[in-house]
Design a protein. Structure first.
Lengths: 112, 113
């Protein structure tokens, strides 16, 4: 069975500070992992994905995530937060099936 | 460009009425999904379809139905709207081969009074 846990429903960072959003997954097969971003009143947009190969994945808007199999983690980071990064972020896992399993989301607030 | 659209974007209806939310995709994807999003619950899967004439129940399917008569469309019907179905509804689609990343529509905000 597949599942995702996102630690922290709300995260606040100062503008220019490191962004770290945590995601741990459970999967009975090698997973595909995703991060999505949702801006207010919009649908979800893919930030980045891990399928196979390089474990450090780079996405849009300067975000990246590292797949760590031993820790079953796929944390999202960005070196320097911008005001425009304020949004809700969802981690998701697909374990060989057609469906994705989403975490409950983390709302990121950027403080000027 | 390929896209996925939802209509209407906003809907207010009364308890007991039947409501249908439309979802149309031009990706030519076999897989289509309906989710609802509520504070504190994230995204919850309502129904999904892996192709024409195929439909499956998700974790919160009670009170909802879907039908898939072509590749492009998966309408979601609320048979008898209830206040508990006030929510934001998202449609998504994906290919039927991995890694199954989903493309989302802009959402429909439904209010049941």
């Amino acid at each position: 069975a597949q599942s995702v846990t996102q630690l922290g429903s709300h995260v606040s960072v100062s503008e220019g500070a490191l962004v770290l959003l945590r995601c741990n997954y459970s999967s009975s097969v090698p997973p595909y992992l995703f991060w999505y971003v949702q801006y207010p009143n919009q649908g979800l947009q893919l930030l980045l994905k891990y399928t196979t190969g390089a474990t450090l994945v780079k996405g849009i808007n300067g975000f990246e995530a590292e797949f760590k199999k031993s820790e079953t983690s796929f944390h999202l980071t960005k070196p320097s937060a911008h005001m425009s990064d304020a949004a809700e972020y969802f981690c998701a896992v697909s374990g060989g099936a057609n469906n994705l399993f989403f975490g409950t989301g983390t709302r990121l607030t950027v403080i000027p | 460009d390929a896209e996925i659209t939802q209509s209407p974007r906003h809907k207010i209806t009364e308890t007991g009425r039947q409501v249908t939310l439309a979802c149309h995709q031009t990706w030519n994807h076999n897989n289509m999904f309906w989710y609802r999003q509520d504070l504190g619950h994230g995204l919850r899967l309502i129904h999904y379809s892996y192709g024409v004439q195929d439909t499956n129940k998700g974790e919160v399917s009670d009170g909802y139905s879907v039908s898939r008569s072509n590749t492009e469309d998966l309408p979601l019907t609320l048979e008898s709207a209830a206040s508990s179905q006030t929510s934001v509804y998202f449609c998504a689609s994906s290919e039927s081969i991995g890694p199954y990343e989903q493309y989302f529509g802009p959402g429909t905000r439904l209010t049941v009074t």
